[in-house]
Design a protein around this ligand. Sequence first.
Ligand code: NAP
Length: 290
Amino acid sequence: MEKLSGTQTALKIKETLANDIQENLINKGLPAPKLCVVIVGNNPASEIYVAGKIKACSKVGIQSEVYRLSENAKESEVEEVINRLNNDSTINGILLQMPLPAHLNEQKLTNLISANKDVDGLSQANLGKLLQQDETGLMGCTPYGIVKLLNAYNIDLKGKDVVIINRSLLVGKPLALMMLNENATVTICHSKTKALAEKTKQADIIVVAVGKKNFLTKDMVKDDAIVIDVGINRDDTDPRIICGDVDYNNVAPKCKFITPVPGGVGPMTIAMLLRNTYITTMANYKNKED
Ligand code: NAP
């Protein structure tokens, strides 16, 4: 069994990014990329995620700012902030931190973010580009991070049977398309799927993103499978303590490769956010030159 280290892989990606930012922007007298994170309300897990993203930005030379709105902010107020940031040429990336309070329409607000600033890759425009294999789109950070992690370990997806347990827009649906684009045979499972274990037992690669501790057990995994654990389950008393969806101690010995939690998909997600912020910054300069 070998661990797929998201921490190590993300570190290399971030080193390359830091060099690229220095060489292609700072040394040429151009401003550093700038990310604005919009956070609505006081979700404790969101606070931890945002702090991690801001810290990661500063390490590679991306500027960042956090725009805070209160828990009971009206939809029109959030819209106004997004519109302002869309029109602010000093901002290269906008991230609307999820989840939003229940009275706000996440999809509508996400679609308001300009496609070329949508560094989460979740707007209709960027998801549509993924569907059409248009490489000018920004790719969702978690699914793209998973593909990049597999690439980093030279795991070829061509012809592989992949089972993804998740059908959200954040993870499962875009990941299925990305893996399909790399010639995998993809099955998407969810809470209404029948005989889930029969499907996972056939899979060369299992991606689990359910949000339930110990969901994937050893009897659901064939020998030498590759297991990607996306789940983040937080300790009730201390939200800084996390575990994934895999019964790791019992599943890991059967696997060829497995991602740990923490240190697997999480750091890759952040690395892809930084990468998207850089890509969109450079694309903007290129468009101005053309
Ligand atoms: P979500 O929208 O709630 O999706 C959960 C998925 O699990 C749904 O598709 C759901 O099916 C499925 N599911 C629930 N119970 C099931 C069961 N008994 N059998 C089979 N499928 C079942 O959540 P999400 O936003 O995609 O996130 C999923 C997990 O990934 C969470 O733990 C989240 O914290 C984590 N996450 C981690 C990262 C990272 O960077 N590591 C990034 C994003 C998300 P239905 O569609 O039928 O409800």
